[in-house]
Ligand binder design. Structure first.
Ligand code: NAP
Length: 258
């Protein structure tokens, strides 16, 4: 783990909460981490390949009056996730909010998709969420409170040609969310999924202009979503205003999944 930066002086609705956001170095995860910090949570910024970006975010959060610390870990690694959780619990004693956001794409048509690309996407997007929830579950159960938000995708709800691996991982994440929600509900732990649509991040900037135009054409609201659109919904699910909501999938997609 890195060093804790800043001290949250914010009396926001998440004051005193400890939040772990996976894949928070870039994109949607970065926006979620910033939002939770702005509401007063101490944020643990998980990263894998982008330590510098994670550090910059922690510095930004501290400069804005929040509190954050970086924690490197490949979420697809079961043992590394156990170590990450033990380090966090050893230092902070608890995790109140877990956001499983880390995700990758390796798009191809089914007949051209390699076994390696199938496995890697499933390992990060689906097993990664299992790993963090599995290792944190005993602490959530003991606390008798907690919020877990899993970042799925509209591709997991509708399917998407060229994304068999990704859609399977995101649909699997919905099943995982609902099952864990049933297991933890009686202990006051809420587990929900957010399914973003077509959001402007490096993941979608990697697409060709033609593919981006085709993507926007599938959005009834006629525009790509922003990182802030997703972060707002995650903040709602992470706070007390959503205490009676569990096992749900909220599509934040400009109407794509209508
Ligand atoms: P992105 O810009 O490519 O960022 C991906 C993030 O995941 C990075 O912070 C990356 O961290 C992290 N990550 C990747 N592999 C990891 C691993 N093995 N362990 C830990 N962290 C890892 O993607 P994004 O668009 O923000 O997507 C974020 C989430 O939203 C993903 O789950 C994605 O599937 C989902 N989503 C995105 C869209 C969209 O349109 N953008 C739509 C629906 C759903 P490092 O760089 O540090 O490795």
């Amino acid at each position: 783990m890195g060093e804790e930066m800043g001290k949250s002086d914010c009396a926001g609705e998440l004051a005193g909460k400890v939040a772990l956001v996976t894949g928070a170095s870039r994109g949607i995860g970065r926006g979620i981490a910033g939002k939770l910090a702005s509401l007063g949570a101490t944020v643990l910024i998980n990263y894998n390949g982008s330590p510098q970006k994670a550090r910059e975010l922690a510095e930004e959060i501290a400069a804005a009056g929040g509190c954050a610390e970086c924690v490197g870990c490949d979420v697809s690694d079961f043992t590394a996730c156990a170590d990450m959780v033990e380090q966090i619990i050893g230092k902070y004693g608890r995790v109140d909010i877990l956001v499983n956001n880390a995700g990758v794409t390796r798009d191809n048509l089914l007949m051209r998709m390699s076994e390696e690309d199938y496995d890697r996407v499933l390992d990060i997007n689906l097993k990664g969420a299992f790993n963090t929830m599995r290792h944190l579950s005993r602490y959530f159960l003991k606390q008798r409170s907690g919020k877990i938000v899993n970042i799925s995708s509209v591709s997991g709800v509708l399917g998407n040609a060229g994304q068999a691996n990704y859609s399977a991982s995101k649909a699997g994440l919905i099943g995982l969310t609902k099952s864990v929600a049933r297991e933890l509900a009686s202990r006051g732990v809420c587990v929900n999924a957010v399914a973003p649509g077509f959001i402007d991040t490096e993941m979608t900037q990697a697409l060709s202009e033609k593919a981006r135009e085709a993507g926007v054409a599938t959005v009834p609201m006629g525009r790509m979503g922003t990182v802030e659109d997703i972060a707002e919904t995650v903040a709602f699910l992470a706070g007390d205003r959503s205490n009676y909501i569990t096992g749900q999938v909220i599509c934040v997609d400009g109407g794509m999944a209508i």
